[in-house]
Design a binder for this molecule. Structure first.
Ligand SMILES: *[C@@H]1O[C@H](CO)[C@@H](O)[C@H](O)[C@H]1NC(C)=O
Ligand SMILES: *[C@@H]1O[C@H](CO)[C@@H](O)[C@H](O)[C@H]1NC(C)=O
Ligand SMILES: *[C@@H]1O[C@H](CO)[C@@H](O)[C@H](O)[C@H]1NC(C)=O
Ligand SMILES: *[C@@H]1O[C@H](CO)[C@@H](O)[C@H](O)[C@H]1NC(C)=O
Ligand SMILES: *[C@@H]1O[C@H](CO)[C@@H](O)[C@H](O)[C@H]1NC(C)=O
Ligand SMILES: *[C@@H]1O[C@H](CO)[C@@H](O)[C@H](O)[C@H]1NC(C)=O
Ligand SMILES: *[C@@H]1O[C@H](CO)[C@@H](O)[C@H](O)[C@H]1NC(C)=O
Ligand SMILES: *[C@@H]1O[C@H](CO)[C@@H](O)[C@H](O)[C@H]1NC(C)=O
Ligand SMILES: *[C@@H]1O[C@H](CO)[C@@H](O)[C@H](O)[C@H]1NC(C)=O
Ligand SMILES: *[C@@H]1O[C@H](CO)[C@@H](O)[C@H](O)[C@H]1NC(C)=O
Ligand SMILES: *[C@@H]1O[C@H](CO)[C@@H](O)[C@H](O)[C@H]1NC(C)=O
Ligand SMILES: *[C@@H]1O[C@H](CO)[C@@H](O)[C@H](O)[C@H]1NC(C)=O
Length: 759
């Protein structure tokens, strides 16, 4: 335990009293009293560590705002000791079933017959060997190998460094414990003489109204907790929904209410946000504070939030109409940053400084790749640069399409062109239906775009309402669209240029140069042009003919680049795009270290962009707390990248507009970059993920390519069924992909996540 603790403190390099100065100006907060909302950490930082463990509580204070309130769900042991455990049943949150396999019982809990292990059957001595574990399967269970003793309520206050945290006790069950001759009332009254209890909540009217006279003269705030509307409150036999209509009654014994977040922003069964209710205003009118609960960054968020937990937080605290007085969450860092750094921001300011936000297929997190809607959203969300991957149709129209294979991003399989497919080994080993097999008219008139869902194996799909929304665009449409927007530039990416020249007789580089010229993108336009390719021969050609910015994309994970390869890259590129793993390699989603690649490339005179940033929490390492802002902050502040390539430009823009990073070392701790790799040190030896083979080092031979072949003008344009020659020479891509490691471990993750994401 001490070892764990020691490393925990190591991880927390950032705190040391760097709390933001309190604002002197008039309060912008629409809370009951105009104070900033409070952050309540349910069971500590339970999104990462076992709920109610000392590590979870300590971590909440160090990783989040230092005045984060620590929530303890109180349960009573047979000998009347109050302990913090998230559930009346111990089997889901501890390893008790393995320690006392015979001692499960069936009890009535609020009238419902409930099998399990209960604290009323164990005295505190018997619970000593029991350890807390992670009860939610979408979270890592790797920490379960360490020992997390069950804490007594007072331990939360006395064992913590720094001491004297703000304590919130939740009494979920009073009736159940009285049925077992144990008194919550006596426990709460006695504990409150020994430690300061700042908040006391319960969903039972009788308990709270009975005890409230005893707290009249204290600073303890009593909070009535609402459960789902149709659940019956056991002491009044009314549903919580009907109690909600009687806030003046609640006000007779409580100073605040805690409601599930859907009371405020209802969500449809298919997960869309409905207009907000009047409950926050009603509560404030009745003189009650209102807290919103059930926040978790790894919960299924409404599609309206584009998988951004920050956007969700802001809709509760900074929406122009109201603010809740506090939020109860498993991930306290996210509301901390929302409150401290992302609220009341003037959104009309857009600068194109670093980090430069490059869209990935437009705002492809929200709309199908490379459609008009994806590009409009990217501009609206504040991308600095929007991107068009150029493909060609059989009638030689250059178009923007994320994949050369129409099966990947269109409805071609449900179209008259669903067969035949062709196998073209120059492109991929599996058969495809390619852009160059259909004319532009055929594509436009018969196919629809299809939204990407890179994390669908975790059941995280992107907005179904926009599944097939929007229209395809030609390169020329794209350039015309971009021209008068408040962007800093466009990025054109070009792949398969040699194939197009040799096999299709299509000169893609000249076509792009011509299209840019025709649309007024000459060398001097204010809107910059960046050409991106994984093949240096394309960039070499542009270097000879234009003055555009050139970005070399490294399409495999690397750990370093030898200096001669950097000298080579510098000959044809100004910037390099590398994947996330090349900067922060991971094992089992734990970051194992940080490479020096970014600074090495930058010293060589190359700007560095990282790809692909995504909001879906499964795409991020555990070290980033399922919070895309934390991930961006680390890549920008710690790794020092010049730009990010992202499916969600809106999230990157929110990051860029925050009011804290400009404070530098004075930024609050939760906006300092996390110490990457710190979590790994917290894992018990036996829980360490396997050491992965290190990624290769980029060599000149990986970088230098033969020149592009000339486009051979075959007079016979491709026709369906024809062209028997195309699949003949099987020259597989020379650069072997090294990223096979990830497939093995994503299977494990899949198993981990497969069970539930809904809670
Ligand atoms: C706890 O229970 C065990 C087993 O029943 C018993 O031996 C022990 O004395 C009890 N301890 C306390 C403090 O009640
Ligand atoms: C364990 O408890 C959590 C909440 O405390 C709940 O979301 C989850 O569904 C529970 N798991 C099981 C298997 O009961
Ligand atoms: C509670 O105490 C009463 C009265 O002493 C007794 O009859 C009852 O069996 C006890 N219940 C439990 C669950 O111990
Ligand atoms: C609530 O209902 C239960 C069973 O229906 C009953 O035993 C109890 O007395 C009722 N309580 C109140 C306060 O009406
Ligand atoms: C509010 O609740 C109190 C206590 O249960 C009850 O006396 C009163 O009639 C209720 N008022 C309304 C409007 O339901
Ligand atoms: C949520 O998104 C849906 C679909 O785009 C939209 O119809 C709805 O109005 C949005 N809800 C809110 C509260 O903005
Ligand atoms: C927001 O920023 C714009 C541009 O800098 C400025 O014109 C405007 O006055 C600002 N609005 C507020 C409310 O500060
Ligand atoms: C752009 O610059 C290149 C290289 O200096 C030059 O060859 C080309 O003519 C210029 N194009 C335009 C449209 O100015
Ligand atoms: C890059 O393009 C050249 C032609 O210029 C081609 O010979 C080579 O195979 C390409 N490299 C890769 C990795 O596709
Ligand atoms: C290819 O040849 C056709 C006629 O055979 C001609 O119209 C076309 O301009 C040529 N394309 C190129 C790029 O040379
Ligand atoms: C698609 O185009 C390629 C290249 O022109 C050709 O080899 C292939 O046969 C075509 N496939 C179909 C189904 O037309
Ligand atoms: C197929 O390609 C070979 C050489 O690559 C060429 O000699 C032959 O004429 C081509 N056949 C057809 C049908 O185009």
């Amino acid at each position: 335990m001490w070892e764990v603790f020691f490393s925990l403190l190591l991880l927390l390099q950032c705190q040391g009293g760097k709390v933001t100065a309190q604002r002197p100006r008039p309060s912008p907060w629409q809370t009951l009293k105009g104070d900033a909302p409070v952050v309540v950490a349910k069971g500590g930082f339970s999104g990462l560590f076992p709920d109610s463990s000392l590590t979870a509580y300590t971590f909440a204070l160090v990783a989040s705002s230092p005045d984060t309130i620590l929530w303890c769900d109180v349960q009573l042991t047979k000998d009347g000791i109050g302990v913090c455990l998230p559930n009346v049943k111990l089997d889901n949150c501890t390893d008790i079933s393995g320690i006392y396999p015979q001692r499960n019982k069936v009890y009535l809990v609020n009238g419902v017959s409930t099998p399990g292990w209960f604290s009323v059957d164990f005295n505190s001595t018997e619970l000593a060997p029991v350890s807390l574990i992670q009860g939610i399967y979408s979270r890592t269970d790797k920490f379960d190998q360490s020992l997390f003793p069950i804490l007594g309520v007072e331990d939360v206050v006395t064992q913590l460094t720094p001491p004297a945290p703000i304590l919130w006790l939740n009494i979920q069950h009073d009736i159940f414990y009285s049925q077992h001759n144990l008194s919550m009332r006596n426990f709460v009254l006695s504990v409150s003489k020994r430690v300061v209890v700042s908040y006391l909540s319960s969903p039972e009217v009788a308990f709270l109204s009975g005890i409230s006279p005893r707290f009249k003269k204290s600073n303890t705030k009593l909070v009535f907790r609402f459960l789902d509307e149709d659940v019956i409150e056991p002491s009044t036999n009314q549903t919580y929904g009907s109690l909600l209509k009687n806030l003046t009654f609640i006000e007779t014994f409580a100073s605040g209410i805690l409601v599930p977040k859907h009371y405020i922003w209802p969500v449809t069964s298919d997960n869309y946000l409905q207009p907000y209710t009047s409950i926050v205003m009603d509560a404030h009118k009745a003189g009650l504070e209102i807290f919103a609960g059930d926040f978790a960054n790894d919960a299924v968020l409404s599609y309206n939030y584009s998988y951004s937990p920050l956007a969700e937080q802001l809709s509760f605290i900074d929406n122009g109409a109201f603010s809740v007085d506090g939020v109860v969450t498993d991930f306290p860092i996210t509301p901390s940053e929302a409150i401290g750094c992302f609220s009341h921001i003037n959104k009309s300011t857009t600068d194109h400084g670093k980090p430069i936000i490059v869209s990935h297929y437009g705002a492809s997190g929200d709309y199908p790749d490379c459609t008009n809607l994806a590009y409009e959203k990217a501009v609206e969300d504040g991308a600095d640069i929007i991107d068009c991957p150029v493909q060609v149709t059989s009638d030689r129209v250059p178009i923007c399409m994320s994949s050369i294979n129409l099966m990947d991003d269109t409805t071609v399989l449900n179209s008259p062109f669903s067969s035949p497919s062709s196998q073209i080994l120059d492109i991929q080993s599996s058969p495809g239906i390619f852009t160059f097999n259909l004319t532009w008219d055929e594509i436009k008139q018969n196919l629809k775009p299809q939204i990407s869902s890179p994390e669908s194996s975790y059941m995280l799909v992107r907005n179904p309402r926009y599944k097939n929304a929007g229209s395809f665009m030609t390169l020329s449409d794209f350039l015309k669209f971009a021209k008068d927007k408040a962007l800093s530039g466009v990025l054109i990416s070009i792949e398969h240029a040699a194939f197009m020249a040799e096999k299709l007789g299509f000169d893609v580089t000249n076509t792009v140069i011509t299209a840019l010229k025709d649309n007024g993108f000459n060398n001097q336009t204010t809107l910059g042009v960046t050409i991106q390719s994984t093949n240096s021969s394309v960039l070499v050609k542009f270097k000879q003919q234009t003055k555009y910015n050139l970005m070399y994309k490294v399409d495999e994970s690397i750990r370093d680049a030898v200096s001669s390869s950097i000298v080579d890259i510098k000959k044809f590129a100004d910037s390099v795009a590398v994947d996330k793993e090349s900067i922060y390699p991971t094992s089992m989603k734990f970051i194992t270290g940080q490479t020096q690649l970014v600074s090495t490339l930058q010293k060589g005179g190359l700007a560095v962009y990282v790809y692909i940033l995504r909001n879906e929490f499964v795409s991020q390492a555990w070290d980033f707390f399922s919070d895309p802002i934390v991930e961006i902050n680390s890549f920008v502040e710690e790794a020092g990248v010049d730009g990010v390539i992202t499916d969600f430009p809106g999230t990157a823009r929110a990051y860029k507009s925050n009011s804290c990073t400009k404070l530098g070392d004075d930024a609050p701790g939760y906006m300092q970059p996390v110490q990457v790799g710190g979590l790994l040190q917290l894992l018990a030896k036996k829980a360490q993920p396997p050491a992965e083979a290190p990624f290769p080092i980029l060599n000149p031979s990986d970088v230098v390519e033969p020149p592009l072949p000339p486009a051979i003008n075959s007079s016979t344009p491709t026709s369906p069924g024809g062209g028997g020659n195309a699949s003949a020479p099987p020259t597989p891509p020379s650069k072997a992909s090294i990223c096979t490691i990830s497939s093995a471990f994503s299977t494990t993750l899949l198993a981990l996540f497969g069970f539930l994401l809904f809670f």
